[in-house]
Design a protein around this ligand. Structure first.
Ligand SMILES: Nc1ncnc2c1ncn2[C@@H]1O[C@H](COP(=O)(O)OP(=O)(O)OP(=O)(O)O)[C@@H](O)[C@H]1O
Ligand SMILES: [Mg+2]
Length: 630
């Protein structure tokens, strides 16, 4: 989990650079500002009011033209009936012109409203992605990556449908109703009333379909999600599957979810297939009423031929809007539900926030006073205090699970660091802006995470322009320092080799050194290296230790390590055990102290001697110690 958070924090630099582009849609610079924008559904209409108003106006014009068309066509029929050919033709030409203009207006209205929906969607996505970068570990513990992805994709689509298609159809249906009533009521109130008889039935049927559609689409989507999750897990773990020869079992369990998805999709298809015929039957009922009763009125000369035609045309125009009403209502409800799911992400409180103090320059020197931290009720860092002056180095040594990485994360405020415990240049780290803290304390994580891009860009990730010539030169230099340059040059495209998802094309040790190079490039005031030597061979370790020595002369360094040889390069060493500092001092002092550190030193000395006996390359010995491997 912490890994995921660190990744998010790491990508903050690139994404916030991207969202700070000139606002394209009148939205203030996204990051913290945008994350505080009002996020109600109404606010979306307000922000895109110009487009919505234009759409409203165009729809009104369109429905007005429809009214004009129906009333004039009635007259044209009557003119033709009375053999007034010339006038009928002239009116006919006007009808064509108006129909063409109406077509254009209709297209324009859709463009206006759909664009408003698309723009709102774009903005919501921008705001959410900015928000996601500010949220801390507690949020990511609560919401899984899959859940977040589903909200930012599926739910956002529902919201877009609400803000575009839904809004358009609601307005259009209202206007169409008014425009059609103005045609049919004056012709015959009795016939109008009769024509409205099947309406409740129609609404019921469409509501029913809409509900069925919703549940079946949701089930099909859930089944699809399950299937892709399953596929992703077995592809990601393909080596494990193969090494246990469990391909058969994997295939079987995939078959189960695949079959489920098929069933759900077929259910949806059946509903879709039955919908058109059933709706057509319901509609035919309305047509039947109009022709039956309308025919009676026509023969009784209560209405004329032109009016009869205009009536059926106007009623026909209403069919689709009324029919779609059931779907639109469902769409609006789903859109609102989805919006509230997005609002849940939006209203989550970040647990690590900026402080108010803006120092003139990056602070130097670190002091930790009685720092304690617990995951839940399990204390992992317990009353830790130490000082680190500019240009000094500190090694943190301890058994696995002692709390070393947690301590490092607290220093960079990648976890909710308590107040009054970590001081940078005299300021409480909680009072400083996060960007200042992260630029001051550069944390190279234990499990290197690489982006699916080139090696070069991964190393130069923290620089403003990772593609510039300067960045590339710095990346090369850092790669030399981290003893990875030679191996990178042997890759198919050297520094331009794409490392694959999470760096799958590199070995564990190569990934680790690539991350180390990235840490060197960022040149923080205090460099925290979390176990940078856990996956390197003896020769590389010696090279990296030299690089670390050079780094020490330029900045403060905290080296987390299991290796006594590496710790011996540092000015001071603290030994952590179950979160507490149990020993502190220099290498020589601790080795003579006879405690945990001395035990480590002894274990590792015996290891080196065994290696020497077996003729293997020998790991470096601690500084100043002679004998095997020195
Ligand atoms: N996100 C987390 N939630 C709950 N407990 C955690 C979390 N991360 C670590 N822990 C626990 O906190 C303790 C300290 O973990 P930490 O990663 O700091 O150890 P470490 O000293 O870095 O170990 P290693 O040398 O193996 O890297 C461990 O017991 C671990 O199980
Ligand atoms: Mg660790």
């Amino acid at each position: 989990m912490a890994g995921k958070f660190v990744r998010v924090a790491m990508s903050q630099a690139s994404v916030s650079a991207q969202v700070q582009d000139p606002p394209a849609f009148g939205l203030a610079a996204v990051d913290p500002e945008a994350a505080r924008l009002p996020f109600s559904l109404w606010a979306q209409f307000g922000r895109h009011s110009r487009r919505y108003l234009a759409g409203l106006l165009l729809l009104a014009v369109y429905q007005f033209s429809q009214w004009w068309f129906d009333t004039r066509i009635s007259r044209a029929i009557n003119l033709a009936d009375q053999h007034q050919k010339e006038a009928a033709v002239r009116l006919g030409i006007w009808l064509i012109v108006v129909a063409l203009v109406a077509f254009g207006v209709r297209v324009a209205s859709r463009v206006a409203v759909f664009n408003a929906g698309r723009n709102a969607e774009y903005e919501i996505r921008r705001v959410l992605s900015a928000k996601l970068l500010t949220l801390g570990p507690s949020f990511y513990r609560r919401m899984s990556t899959g859940e977040i992805m589903s909200r930012v994709t599926n739910d956002l689509t529902q919201v877009r449908l609400l803000l575009g298609f839904g809004v358009l159809n609601v307005i259009n249906t209202l206007f169409a109703l008014v425009s059609a009533l103005f045609v049919i009521l004056p012709i015959s109130p009795k016939l109008t009333a009769a024509a409205m008889l099947p309406l409740p039935l129609l609404l019921l049927v469409t509501r029913w379909f809409s509900h069925g559609f919703f549940t079946r689409t949701r089930d099909a989507q859930a089944a699809l999600g399950e299937m892709s999750g399953r596929a992703q897990a077995s592809i990601a773990g393909v080596r494990v599957v193969r090494s246990f020869a469990l391909e058969g079992r994997e295939a079987e369990s995939f078959e189960v979810v695949n079959q489920k998805y098929l069933d759900k999709s077929l259910g949806l298809a059946r509903l879709r297939g039955s919908m058109t015929p059933i709706l057509q039957v319901t509609l035919a009922l309305g047509v039947l009423v109009v022709f039956w009763y309308g025919g009676d009125l026509l023969m009784a000369r209560e209405i004329n031929k032109g009016q009869f035609l205009a009536f059926t045309l106007a009623l026909g125009r209403l069919t689709w809007p009324l029919m779609s009403l059931g779907f639109i209502v469902g769409m609006l409800q789903r859109g609102r539900a989805s919006y509230s799911r997005l609002a849940e992400v939006f209203s989550a409180e970040p647990d690590i926030v900026d402080g108010p103090v803006h120092p003139a320059k990056l602070p130097s020197g670190l002091e930790v006073k009685h720092l304690s931290f617990a995951y839940g009720d399990r204390t992992v860092v317990d009353d830790v205090s130490f000082r680190l002056e500019h240009g000094k180095s500190l090694a943190v040594v301890g058994r696995t699970g002692a709390g070393k990485s947690t301590l490092a994360l607290l220093l960079a405020r990648l976890l909710p660091t308590p107040r009054g415990a970590v001081f940078l240049g005299g300021n409480d780290a909680c009072d400083l802006p996060l960007s200042t803290v992260r630029r001051t304390v550069g944390y190279a994580q234990q499990n290197a995470f690489l982006f699916s891009t080139t090696v070069g860009r991964n190393i130069a990730f923290s620089l403003d322009d990772p593609d510039s010539a300067d960045a590339s030169e710095r990346a090369h230099r850092a790669a030399e320092e981290a003893r990875i340059a030679e191996e990178i040059r042997e890759l198919p495209d050297g520094f331009d080799t794409v490392v694959g998802e999470r760096g799958v094309q590199l070995s564990g040790g190569q990934k680790q050194r690539t991350a180390l190079a990235a840490a060197f490039v960022s040149e923080p005031e205090i460099l925290v290296l979390d176990d940078p030597l856990s996956a390197v061979d003896a020769r590389t370790e010696r090279g990296i230790l030299d690089a670390i020595d050079r780094q020490r002369s330029e900045r403060s360094l905290i080296l987390i390590t299991h290796r006594v040889a590496a710790a011996s390069h540092c000015d001071e060493i603290i030994v952590l055990d179950r979160g507490r500092i149990v020993e502190r001092g220099t290498h020589d002092e601790l080795r003579k102290g006879g405690g945990l550190y001395a035990a480590f030193a002894e274990e590792q000395r015996i290891e080196r001697e065994l290696q020497a006996l077996e003729g293997e390359p020998v790991e470096p010995a601690p500084v100043g110690e002679q004998g095997a491997g020195a």
